[in-house]
Structure formats: structure tokens, C-alpha cells
Design a protein around this ligand. Structure first.
Ligand code: SAH
Length: 452
């Protein structure tokens, strides 16, 4: 029976990856993806709970989808991801019209859970975390029918850190690394199907392999993936400074495919706040690591995450964060206002930084970030750089057609073309040389050096 599934994904790349696996498992069950929720037979919301705003978004979307059942009584609505993991049964009680709740560790059971809903009329909640290595089988990623030139490959799940603000360890469980052979086999399959770039994924990839006995750690894994014939680019996310080893840093600028881009969340520049956050490093230790990375690969772009308004953060603490930003000269900053998450250590502290102060501090973080990023991007004007061409640009208009791709430093580069459809046919998945003609705040504009 032909059915359609509409999926909305919130949050991080791990969720995007899980969504791909859901679609992969649903295809043999007769479900094809659709962009139209109103005509779908199955609606899945893959949720995020890392900040309270993300969770609120889920609730408001659920509110718009459940009334669709009035016209389509066979419609099944499910919530996956981290809110599902956190709330479980409670979510079924809270939301009338919701049929299915399942956590990140239960994606592989989706076809069976759906059968329980459809055939037995049950409302199902499945949120058991796999705690043991025995019996845990990663779902091997397969290229999708509309797979572009980039692919994500999970290398591990879970996180063993206990950062005071973070809910991830609760909803994603303990670290489990995927055997290196499986990672390499998966990358090979993607490359054989035309993929040129892989993103290795995990909540804290730097600690890859510590839970295994085969001695293959993250830097070794990079060596092995780098050796896959036909692979052009490799990235990874996300990292914790504590596990950012010399062995890893030394791979930058040496492994052919390892791109000059590193996302290394710092969170704060105040040692007092870093300690309250239980991050396990000082501002000076972070800076020293950043210096080593830059010394190893001078052209590398370093990005980071910053939380403002953590409990107890004073203006003086915040000034230290600004000072660290200036010192490290991040190429890109993702900034967040602190929000307490249930069950975390920090949720026991008073959330005492007023909302308006958080807003104002966040604006100052972004202002500093822009002040560094703009001139840095401007230096690329007139230069030629390698871009992996991915898709039509979102900003593409009939009279101004553009394709989009990324440089090795992960900068979005839009490329002016005569006819986007024709150019996409010729260039999608190619590594093109692009001359940059204009720099914006967050992207570059250029033209193919070879005429299309
Ligand atoms: N594993 C990453 C974190 C991934 S979550 C790490 O170790 O840093 C992505 C980002 O969300 C975090 O880096 C942090 O900046 C932000 N974040 C996490 N919990 C938050 C909270 N309770 N309030 C505000 N921001 C938060």
C-alpha cells in the first residue's frame, strides 16, 4: 500500500541523521516522503529539547497538526527525538490526537511501532535507552534516492560528559562508538553512490573509541575514513575541548580530505562560570588549544557555541567571554540564552540573570562575532576557492539565478549562473573553482572560473 510521510526535524544534525534513517526504514513499508502535511498519512516530528525554545516550537507545531485528523481519521501522528525521550507517556497524556512517541534509541523499531498503532489501535510510547554495548546495533546509513553530494555518518551516540546545563546525556544516553569498520563501510557506500563529502557525527566525537577495546580512537578513525577512495572532503561535529587531543589537531592540514573547519564549543570565557558549568577546562586552556589548532592549519575557520546568562553570570564574567572572543577571533559564533533544562544540575540553581540582560548580552556576542566575521569574509573577494556545488540557492530568483555550495572552511558560497536548472545538472556534486565577487555577513557570492 502506498502511503506518504511528512517529517519535520528540529534541533541538531543528530536529529537530521535520525530522520534520514526513519525515512530509510519506512520506504520498504510503502511510505514515501512528502512536503505536504495536510495530505500525509503519517506525520512525524523529530523533536529537540536542548533549549526550552526548541521544546515550545514542537508543542505549537503539534497543535497545528492534530486538527488534520478531523479530515483524515487514518492519519497517524508521532513525536520522535529528545522531547519524546524526556516526556514519554506524559506526552501522550498531554496531547490528544498523538499516537506515537519514541526516543532516539528506538528509531529501529519504528515500523513495528507503527504496526501496533495502525493494526491494534494502540497509543504507543517507546523510550527505552540502550545502556549496554551488547546487542546494540547502529542502523547503517544508506544513500537516499535524492541523496546530494554530502552525507552524514554517525560514528557514536550519547555523551559521558556532565555539563551542568545540558540535557543531552539524559536523552541520548551514554557514549557508544560505532565500530570503525562499520563507519568506513558506510562512508564507502555513500561515496560509491556519488557522495563527495561526509560529516562524521556524534555528541562528542572526540571521545570516539574510548568505550571500545580495539584501540581505534578518533584521530585513527579520521585516518581510516580519509583513505576511502573517491572521498573528497570530511568534516566532523561536535567536539568537546576536553577531549581535543594533540593527535586530532595534528590531522588538520595533513589529512587530504579533512576540511579546514572546526567547531569547538567554548560556552563561556569566565573560569568561574566554566567551573559551575562543569566544562573541565579554563579559558586559558581553551585559548591555548585554539592557538595550537590555528598554528597547525592557519587557514582553518574556528566556530564556537556561547551561552549567555548562565546562573550567576555577572557583567564581569560576561566581559571575560567577550575578551575570549576577541582573543580567539572566532570565525563564527552560535550564541544561546541559557534556559534551565529539567533534571540537569544547573536546573537546581536560580535562573537569576533577567531575560532582558540575556537578550542584551546575546546581542553583544553577535555584534563581536560579526565584527570579526565580516572583514574576514571580505578578504576572500577576488580570490578563487574550491566549492562543492550542492543545490539551487534559496535566494535564487528568475532574473538572478544562483547555485549554492560550501567552501572547505564551511562558508556558504552562492554562484551566479545563467540557468540554474541547467547549471545544477552540470555542476551538482562537483568541486568547482569559484571566483568570489562579493562578501556578505554570512556568505559569499561568486562565479565559476570555468564558464558553464
Ligand atoms: N556536545 C556539545 C553540545 C551540543 S548542544 C558540547 O559539548 O558543547 C549545542 C549547544 O546548545 C551547546 O553547545 C550549548 O551552547 C547550547 N546549550 C546546551 N544546553 C543549553 C541550555 N540549557 N541553555 C542554553 N543553551 C544550551
Amino acid at each position: 500500500m502506498q502511503r506518504s510521510v511528512y517529517v519535520q526535524t528540529f534541533g541538531c544534525q543528530m536529529n537530521t541523521y535520525d530522520t534520514e534513517r526513519m525515512l530509510q526504514l519506512l520506504r520498504p513499508e510503502g511510505y514515501e516522503p512528502t512536503n505536504d502535511a495536510s495530505s500525509a498519512d503519517l506525520i512525524l516530528l523529530n523533536s529537540c529539547t536542548v533549549r526550552d525554545k526548541a521544546e515550545q516550537k514542537l508543542m505549537s507545531h503539534l497543535g497545528t497538526f492534530t486538527p488534520l485528523k478531523e479530515h483524515n481519521p487514518d492519519l497517524v501522528i508521532g513525536v520522535a527525538g529528545c522531547v519524546a525521550q524526556q516526556e514519554g507517556e506524559r506526552l501522550l497524556k498531554k496531547v490528544k490526537g498523538l499516537d506515537l512517541v519514541f526516543g532516539p534509541d528506538n528509531v529501529d523499531s519504528l515500523p513495528e511501532l507503527l504496526r501496533r498503532v495502525r493494526e491494534r489501535g494502540e497509543r504507543v510510547s517507546e523510550t527505552e535507552l540502550h545502556k549496554k554495548r551488547e546487542g546494540y546495533q547502529f542502523i547503517a546509513g544508506e544513500p537516499s534516492p535524492d541523496q546530494g553530494p554530502t552525507a552524514m555518518v554517525t560514528v557514536m551516540k550519547g555523551c559521558n560528559k556532565n555539563c551542568a546545563f545540558c540535557i543531552v546525556p539524559q536523552v541520548r544516553g551514554r557514549e557508544l562508538s560505532k565500530p570503525a569498520d562499520e563507519v568506513v563501510a558506510e562512508v564507502r557506500r555513500f561515496v560509491e553512490s556519488g557522495v563527495r563529502e561526509v560529516m562524521l557525527l556524534g555528541q562528542n566525537v572526540n571521545s570516539y573509541g574510548h568505550d571500545r577495546a580495539d584501540g581505534v580512537l578518533f584521530a585513527d578513525l579520521l585516518d581510516r575514513v580519509d583513505a576511502v577512495p573517491g572521498l573528497e572532503r570530511m568534516r566532523f561535529t561536535t567536539s568537546h575541548p576536553w577531549d581535543c587531543t594533540d593527535a586530532l589537531i595534528e590531522r588538520f592540514g595533513r589529512l587530504r580530505t579533512l576540511c579546514e573547519y572546526f567547531h569547538l564549543p567554548v560556552q563561556s570565557g569566565s573560569d568561574r562560570i566554566l567551573e559551575l558549568m562543569r566544562r573541565g577546562y579554563t579559558a586559558a586552556e581553551y585559548t591555548e588549544r585554539a592557538d595550537r589548532i590555528r598554528a597547525q592549519a592557519p587557514d582553518l575557520h574556528l566556530s564556537t557555541d556561547v551561552i549567555v546568562g548562565f546562573p550567576g553570570e555577572t557583567e564581569a564574567d560576561f566581559q571575560e567571554t567577550l575578551a575570549l572572543i576577541d582573543r580567539v577571533q572566532f570565525d563564527l559564533i552560535y550564541g544561546f540564552k541559557y534556559s534551565p533544562r529539567p533534571g540537569t544540575k544547573a536546573a537546581q540553581y536560580e535562573d537569576d540573570v533577567p531575560e532582558e540582560v540575556k537578550v542584551e548580552r546575546l546581542a553583544r556576542v553577535f555584534e563581536r562575532g560579526e565584527a570579526i566575521r565580516r572583514p574576514r569574509l571580505a578578504t576572500y573577494t577576488g580570490e578563487t576557492m574550491e566549492v562543492l556545488v550542492e543545490a539551487p540557492a534559496k535566494s535564487s530568483k528568475a532574473n538572478d539565478q544562483q547555485l549554492t555550495g560550501r567552501s572547505r572552511h564551511n562558508i556558504v558560497v552562492n554562484i551566479k549562473v545563467g540557468n540554474a536548472a541547467l547549471a545544477l545538472f552540470r555542476w551538482r556534486g562537483k568541486l568547482a573553482q569559484v571566483r568570489i565577487t562579493k562578501a556578505f555577513a554570512h556568505s559569499l557570492l561568486g562565479e565559476f572560473v570555468t564558464v558553464d
